[in-house]
Design a protein around this ligand. Structure first.
Ligand SMILES: Nc1ncnc2c1ncn2[C@@H]1O[C@H](COP(=O)(O)OP(=O)(O)OP(=O)(O)O)[C@@H](O)[C@H]1O
Ligand SMILES: [Mg+2]
Length: 351
């Protein structure tokens, strides 16, 4: 079913450890993480190691369905329960009986349905729409979301009581950019997975240096995006070009998403300041104006943005950043002082 959970980072080790501890308990679990980090794989691994293996594994995406439909999908309905209900239909809670129910994107569930879900979790019983009878359900409910549920609770979008009911165990999967050491083993694993389908054509393994370069990308789509990049490499060949495009795209994109939110390049999407900008600042024609002074200003501006960007991506780690920028640690420190680079509030520079 699901692949093994590949990775050597502290976070992934911890995730694997938690899975081993939790799988046999059947305790309600919430899996947290950005899109594409592997929430579904974690749920599949929990199921595979649990005594429920062999029983159903049912998944439902709470974000994909409008409220009414989601409700009837979850609990089922009797014939005639509403217009159009010509046949009775089993809900996911019934289908998953004895097995696992993965509630994907639980953060998108409406408050009204959250209340109904809470009732099922508390009583272990549910009633299909239009039914007089309650059914017992023995399902292991695993929920996944890319929302910050604590924040959603604060904003009144998620029920606190449901949160505590669901969230006996939390498994947090870090974004790929915060566990760059997982990239090489993931590449190895997926190249081997994909290779047979390509019948030996274009089987170009990216060189080690290229894999190192992939570590400086911010991977907004996480492992899923890495898979897509690998597929592109295998199908199109020319991995250098693909990596170059990936990295240059991420540098010149005006918005690069990071774990902390959004970084804007200061010149509104263009790294290179335009003549007009200098004119606006009333520099042209001043006594201090010269081609040389403009060059210095332009270089400073670009350097500042690039350094900020790389620091942001390395979690403000100066040694990692200096390696990516290919300058000495000391040079980077000098630049940081000279260009008055400071981390945003709540973040700190580290070594
Ligand atoms: N650690 C990992 N080892 C192996 N494969 C992984 C790992 N993490 C993710 N993947 C693979 O990456 C793809 C995306 O993972 P998955 O669908 O589980 O992510 P998700 O967190 O559920 O994403 P979304 O929020 O978009 O639903 C899948 O093909 C999955 O097999
Ligand atoms: Mg998913």
């Amino acid at each position: 079913m699901g692949p093994p959970i590949i990775g050597v980072s502290e976070n992934i080790r911890r995730v694997r450890e938690l899975i081993e501890h939790v799988a046999h308990t059947g305790l309600n679990t919430v899996i947290l993480g950005e899109s594409g980090v592997g929430k579904e794989v974690v749920a599949q691994n929990l199921y595979q190691l649990s005594p429920r293996l062999g029983k159903p594994f049912i998944k439902i995406n709470c974000a994909a369905l409008p409220e009414g439909l989601l409700e009837s999908e979850l609990f089922g309905y009797e014939r005639g329960a509403f217009t159009g209900a010509e046949q009775k239909r089993k809900g996911k809670f019934q289908l998953a009986h004895g097995g696992v129910l993965l509630l994907d994107e639980i953060g998108d569930m409406s408050l009204a349905l959250q209340a109904k879900l809470l009732h099922v979790l508390q009583s272990g019983e549910f009633a299909p729409l239009g039914s007089e009878k309650d059914f017992k359900t023995d399902t292991w409910v695993i929920a996944a979301t890319n929302h910050d549920l604590k924040q959603d609770i604060g904003e009144g979008k998620f029920r606190e009581d449901l949160y505590y009911r669901l969230n006996i165990i939390t498994i947090f999967i870090a974004p790929l950019r915060e566990r760059l050491e997982d990239i090489p083993p993931l590449i190895d694993y997926y190249l081997n997975e994909y290779a047979p389908q390509l019948k030996g054509e274009h089987l170009v393994r990216p060189a080690r240096e290229l894999i190192e370069q992939l570590k400086s990308y911010h991977w907004p789509g996480n492992v899923r995006e890495l898979q897509n990049v690998l597929k592109r490499m295998l199908v199109l060949g020319d991995p250098e070009k693909i990596v170059y495009e990936l990295l240059s795209g991420s540098l010149t994109n005006s918005r690069a998403t990071s774990a902390q939110g959004t970084i804007h390049t200061e010149s509104g999407g263009h790294l290179f300041p335009s003549v007009m900008e200098f004119d606006k600042e009333n520099l042209i024609g001043n006594s201090s104006f010269s081609l040389k002074s403009i060059k210095k200003k332009a270089v400073d501006k670009v350097e500042r943005e690039v350094i900020l960007y790389i620091l942001e991506k390395t979690d403000w780690n100066r040694s990692k950043a200096s390696k990516i920028l290919k300058v000495s640690y000391k040079t980077l420190l000098n630049k940081i002082t000279e260009l008055a680079i400071t981390p945003p509030s709540g973040r700190n520079l580290n070594d």
